[in-house]
Design a protein around this ligand. Structure first.
Ligand code: TYD
Length: 206
């Protein structure tokens, strides 16, 4: 049996991932593609607890190293418990964020360094790499306007626009060296964005 396709979505907060994930799921259901959707951090009982700690505004004393290791802990859990077994059964896995988030947020924006994040990403996932990654690229101001009205900001969103700008730079830097990352202009209309995503995935499925 051939392995399932591993698809990840990345981008700064408010880049429009949820809309595209929704459209992709609808299409997979229509086309009879067997898939699961998971999110990071989270997606497992252990991971959801870690997620609560990571996003809790009260944890403003969390050190950068503790934050990095918690993201990796949640990732190790979901990779071994859910992602790898699904891919091995031939099921397509759509993941809302994966280790490129750590490279961009912790490695680049928090200045923990690519060497460290690359090493931990590899260890946490046992070298399980996405087949394709869609990076929804958008300027932080537009993303912020999209997010407003969606309820209270979490600990990471509260770091503000200059932080999101750094994260964006980190993603774009990463995309230069990672051929699997497809950069998409996320300021375009949702159906235009989805066509790019759809065409790329169907190329890979065929
Ligand atoms: P979430 O509410 O899931 O954000 P979004 O809807 O934008 O995906 O919160 C996840 C937050 O955690 C988000 O701000 C990105 C951040 N994050 C990291 O900093 N490092 C990581 O490795 C991951 C997976 C997420």
């Amino acid at each position: 049996m051939s392995k399932g396709l591993f698809i990840t979505f990345e981008g700064i907060d408010g880049c429009g991932k949820s809309t595209q994930l929704g459209l992709l799921k609808e299409e997979f259901v229509k086309e009879g593609v067997e898939f699961i959707e998971v999110r990071e951090p989270g997606g497992t009982a252990v991971g959801e607890k870690i997620r609560t700690i990571l996003l809790d505004k009260k944890n403003d004393s969390m050190t950068r190293m503790a934050e990095l290791l918690l993201f990796e802990a949640a990732r190790a859990q979901i990779t071994e418990e859910v992602i790898v077994p699904s891919l091995e059964r031939g099921v397509t896995v759509i993941c809302d964020r994966f280790y490129d988030s750590t490279s961009a947020y912790q490695g680049y924006a928090n200045k923990m360094g690519r060497d460290l994040t690359d090493f931990l990403n590899l260890k946490a996932t046992n070298d399980t790499s996405p087949d394709i990654t869609f990076l929804l690229d958008i300027d932080p101001m537009t993303a912020y306007e999209r997010r407003s009205g969606r309820g209270e900001e979490d600990r990471i969103e509260l770091l503000g626009l200059s932080y999101q700008e750094k994260v964006r730079e980190g993603y774009l830097e990463l995309a230069k060296s990672e051929g699997r990352i497809m950069v998409i202009d996320a300021s375009a209309a949702p159906d235009v964005i989805f066509k790019e995503i759809h065409d790329k995935i169907w190329d890979l499925i065929r």
